[in-house]
Design a binder for this molecule. Structure first.
Ligand code: CP
Length: 331
């Protein structure tokens, strides 16, 4: 693995090696304070982030490396109209690894075509967020001992698609997909799960399924995706996790959330030992340390293969990077 664009690009064996390393770091972080000494990470955050940005920064600092970059593209030549290609060619002159979060889908893949150093996708729009998946799997494995064989409730389909895809690498997982009908998983995700012999069922209520779950993966209620705002107001209470609803859950069920939360988990849940979402964010930092160690130590490639020059956007997705960076090749 030279870049991390999509968790799906990683084999289960590669993931297990990274997890084993993350676990060693969790157990004895002091042994890793010099493994990236002299290495430099460039963190390009074109849109807001708390966890991903700060955890990548602290991950590199804890490995003895350094970090530069921006959290506001208006402070760089992006504001003058510099292309993604030129920005990446520049920063990869200076860095040993590039970490990027953007609203444009496919942007990390595009950046990897021009970069002399590994590129890590820290979230490209609604497309992929592979290091969130690493944080999630690290949390489940550390706290439940395994991922295989678990019964997982995933609230709201869309934002958990990459987690479902990652789970295809594991065995005997049962999914309860919990969402109002308006936000149900798209058909291509059902096809994916069937093709990978994944057991799933779709339900519209959280409370009836809670007693069966080993993991409840909460997400923000996507108010903006409801066609009728009144329908949102009618539905939202069903999907809010409260201390009372938790009473029916298994004593060792994990409550996870990628965060930020809005109001989908009430504050009185935070002190329940099953609420592990803040710990999940900390595990994310250790997983990112393992990834940075793996990628930042790779040799540079100052002569990446020539890339075909595109002439117009070819993707119908309005959020695709090819809509604005029209020189990109059809990928
Ligand atoms: N979970 C997550 O990606 O959080 P941020 O948007 O704060 O990075």
């Amino acid at each position: 693995m030279r870049n991390l664009i999509d968790f799906g690009d990683m084999s289960r064996e590669e993931w297990e090696q990274l997890y084993a390393r993350a676990s060693q770091i969790i157990d004895a972080p002091e042994k890793f304070i010099d493994v990236c000494r002299g290495k430099v990470s460039c963190n390009l955050f074109y849109e807001p982030s708390t966890r991903t940005n700060f955890s990548f920064q602290t991950a590199m600092l804890r490995l003895g490396g350094s970090v530069f970059g921006f959290a506001d593209p208006n402070s760089s030549s992006v504001a003058k109209g510099e292309t993604l290609k030129d920005t990446i060619k520049m920063v990869s002159n200076y860095a040993d690894v590039v970490v990027m979060r953007t609203p444009w889908e496919g942007s990390a893949k595009a950046a990897s075509l021009y970069s002399a150093v590994p590129v890590i996708n820290a979230g490209d729009g609604g497309h992929m967020h592979p290091t969130q998946t690493m944080a999630d799997l690290t949390t489940i494995t550390r706290l439940r001992g395994k991922v295989d064989g678990l019964c997982i409730g995933l609230k709201n389909g869309r934002t958990v698609h990459s987690l479902i895809k990652a789970m295809a690498k594991f065995n005997d997982i049962k999914f309860f997909l919990i969402s109002p009908r308006e936000l149900a998983v798209p058909e291509y995700m059902r096809v994916f799960m069937r093709e990978h012999n994944m057991w799933y069922t779709e339900v519209t209520g959280l409370e009836p399924v809670i007693p069966q779950l080993d993991v409840l993966y909460m997400t923000r209620i996507q108010k903006e995706r409801f066609v009728d705002p009144l329908e949102y107001e009618r539905n939202k209470g069903i999907y809010i996790l409260t201390r009372r609803k938790l009473e029916r859950a298994k004593p060792d069920m994990l409550v996870m959330h990628p965060l930020p939360r809005v109001d989908e988990i009430t504050l009185d849940v935070d002190d329940d030992p099953r609420a592990v979402y803040f710990q999940q964010a900390r595990f994310g930092m250790f997983a990112r340390m393992a990834l940075l160690e793996h990628l930042a130590l790779q040799p540079r490639n100052d002569h990446p293969a020539p890339v075909e020059i595109g002439t117009k956007p070819i993707c119908h997705n309005p959020r695709c990077i090819t809509q604005t960076e029209t020189y990109l090749p059809p990928l």
